[in-house]
Design a protein around this ligand. Structure first.
Ligand SMILES: [Ca+2]
Length: 88
């Protein structure tokens, strides 16, 4: 049991910096926002654009709606680059 706990602790300690390294950088998010989601390049991503892109990636529509609402911080129906890059 002690051994298992030690291994678990070790895994947590090792994965924390990895999470930090592999977390999306603002640059990576900006690129994804502009290249993948903002189809008409008007600086905001509508729900249609968001869901369509994720559907193309094979993501379930219900999940895409959930993520859209998560990113759309001010709930105005559009995701700005600021909203997108601020999201974890
Ligand atoms: Ca918004």
């Amino acid at each position: 049991m002690i051994k298992f706990n030690s291994i678990l602790l070790l895994l947590i300690l090792v994965s924390a910096p990895l999470n930090f390294i592999f977390a999306d950088s603002v640059e990576a998010k900006t690129k994804r926002f502009e290249k993948s989601f903002d189809k008409d390049s008007n600086g905001v991503v509508t729900k249609d654009e968001f869901v369509q892109t994720r559907t193309k990636w094979g993501r379930p529509e219900a999940e895409s709606h959930k993520f859209f609402n998560y990113h759309d911080k001010d709930k105005n129906g559009e995701i700005t680059l600021e909203e997108f890059t601020a999201s974890k």
